[in-house]
Design a binder for this molecule. Sequence first.
Ligand code: DX5
Ligand code: ZN
Length: 219
Amino acid sequence: MSKIIAPSILSADFGNLANDIKLAEQGGAGWIHCDIMDGHFVPEISYGSLIVKAAKDATGLTVDTHLMVENPDVCIESYVKAGSDYVTVHQEVCKHLHRTISHIKDLGAKAGVSINPATPVWALYEILEYVDMVLVMSVNPGFGGQKFIPSAVAKIKELNDLRTKLGYNFLIEVDGGIKKDTISVCAGAGCDVFVAGSAIFKTEDIAKTTREFVEIVNK
Ligand code: DX5
Ligand code: ZN
């Protein structure tokens, strides 16, 4: 499977959202990443399901929704209805993670689980068998434009080794501080999906930058 670039619209121009998404699509983006922040799990409030629906309506690409929220169980259904193909929740907030992952799948979406920089991979050991994706945060969630935390690379490698050893087929995604240099080291460690916000949408030529990222990870 070729590796996937998932531009995060957190750094897009919301006055021209559909156009920015189309440019990323022209550049070869495979997914569109939507960052939902509730002002509790993370300090900022970003946007909700209406914007996820707007992103879905703008593209035929897979919509990848990352819930940075304290209580995901109450809003998962609305994000699936808005068109999310993947819904990812944080391990740190789920008291009944297996139930939450099952809930996402019962609604017909793919289920992801994410870990913050301070959460070890072993915290996911009992859930790996049930998830479609593991999202390794390479910044502390909450803002675009932060610096990549290098310990994410060892976690990607550990997850890649575990899925081979245990015969699982979850995808590995990385999110935060992804630029031309950090993306290649993550690809080398076994990552499949690469979220990039500012490095794509804050550039002059969104399509060209996306294309460069696609080429780096697939070479
Ligand atoms: C961070 C979000 C990211 C964010 C990445 O909390 O989960 O998806 O948009 O932004 P960059 O690529 O600018 O670090
Ligand atoms: Zn994200």
